[in-house]
Design a binder for this molecule. Structure first.
Ligand code: SF4
Length: 355
């Protein structure tokens, strides 16, 4: 990667010379935070907007699914194991943190393997791991479930709310109310899925797509690559993050996903139900599927009053346009998931005081 200051300055000059109205969207929570932290947004000309899309897995989890998780945690005998980000996400009546204060056994883990260890240590209890994330995190959950099957560990299961990114991008590109001129594609997800899904999207929707890394230089270079395409009237899928992402993706991770999961329809906050956008266990792993095991019903999506996360997640508005931003909704008292998650757009705008 070229770290030379002159090179960075030349990228900035190129971007700042742009005079057309252009909106670029990132669909990765890590990009949301990196762009906010680096101050890149402030270096853009007024006519070039950087929008945040549905790239934060916690934020895109449907409200009904959050309510289902909290209710499951409160069932007798359950140990619910989750990543820390989920603890404070508000359900309609409560959160996992509040459920824990009422006596539910909710434990924070750093890896799904921690949940497997908890299941081994508590053979008389049912241990449920909350699987949230995109193609990046799902392979580790798949491997953990394979291990549970190998050990015959039947008091372990996974509540899979995993999602895959490309179908959500189709919804974004198809919506005439969402203006996007190019996509800053997610670096981490693309390590697994590679370039191929974007080739079809770029062609079908005539959208330039560039898989971009997370350093400030990467982001600036990705933006310049998108602008170059837009100026030439092209719509191609390219990789800026070549030092990490291979065109074919990670074949081993994709094979692992295929062995354990199958795609199924899933609900997304802000985007609604999307066919083939979720990952549910295939026939061989049904025993470890918490939805089946505990007959978890489909909970209605009841929006949180006043929260505009659905609009923020689809780039229709920025966090500042939500009337609750920084007033009734802050990281200390979050109203919606986009203010809770460390990858949420509202949290990023608040933390880095983006004007
Ligand atoms: Fe939701 Fe709070 Fe963001 Fe408003 S500021 S959209 S209430 S998370």
């Amino acid at each position: 990667m070229n770290n030379d200051k002159n090179y960075i300055d030349s990228l900035l000059r190129d971007i700042q010379s742009e005079t057309r109205d252009i909106a670029l969207m990132e669909v990765c929570g890590t990009h949301t935070m990196a762009i906010a932290k680096s101050g890149v947004r402030n270096l853009m000309p007024d006519n070039l907007k950087l929008l945040s899309g549905p790239g934060c897995p916690v934020c895109v989890t449907a409200q009904g699914d959050i309510d289902a998780v909290i209710d499951l945690a409160e069932r007798p005998g359950i140990i619910l194991v989750t990543f820390g980000d989920m603890m404070r996400v508000p359900g309609n009546n409560s959160s996992l943190q509040e459920a824990r204060s009422r006596g539910a056994d909710v434990r924070v883990a750093y890896s799904p393997l921690d949940a497997l260890a908890t299941a081994r240590q508590n053979p008389q209890r049912e241990v449920v791991f909350l699987g949230i994330g995109f193609e990046t995190t799902a392979p580790a959950v798949a491997i953990t479930t394979e291990q549970a099957r190998k050990e015959g560990l039947e008091n372990f299961s996974v509540f899979s709310l995993h999602k895959v990114v490309p179908p959500a991008l189709e919804v974004i590109f198809s919506d005439p109310d969402i203006r996007v001129d190019g996509l800053i594609c997610p670096g981490h997800v693309s390590i697994v899925i590679g370039l191929e899904p974007y080739l079809g999207l770029a062609e079908k929707y005539y959208q330039p797509c560039v898989i971009t890394g997370f350093e400030t230089r990467d982001i600036l270079e990705g933006i310049v690559m998108l602008l170059q395409q837009i100026r030439k009237g092209e719509a191609r899928a390219q990789i800026q993050y070549k030092r990490v992402v291979r065109p074919e993706g990670n074949l081993a991770a994709r094979e692992t996903l295929k062995r354990v999961f199958t795609t199924a329809g899933a609900r997304w906050r802000g985007l609604g139900f999307i066919e083939d956008s979720g990952l549910e266990f295939n026939h061989d792993y049904e025993k470890w599927d918490a939805r089946r095991k505990f007959s978890i019903p489909e909970y209605e999506d009841i929006p949180i009053k006043g929260c505009a996360c659905g609009q923020v997640l689809t780039g229709r508005i920025t966090p500042h346009d939500c009337p609750l931003f920084g007033k009734a909704c802050t990281p200390i008292n979050p109203v919606g998931p986009c203010m809770v998650s460390h990858e949420g757009a509202c949290a990023a705008y608040y933390r880095y005081r983006i004007a």
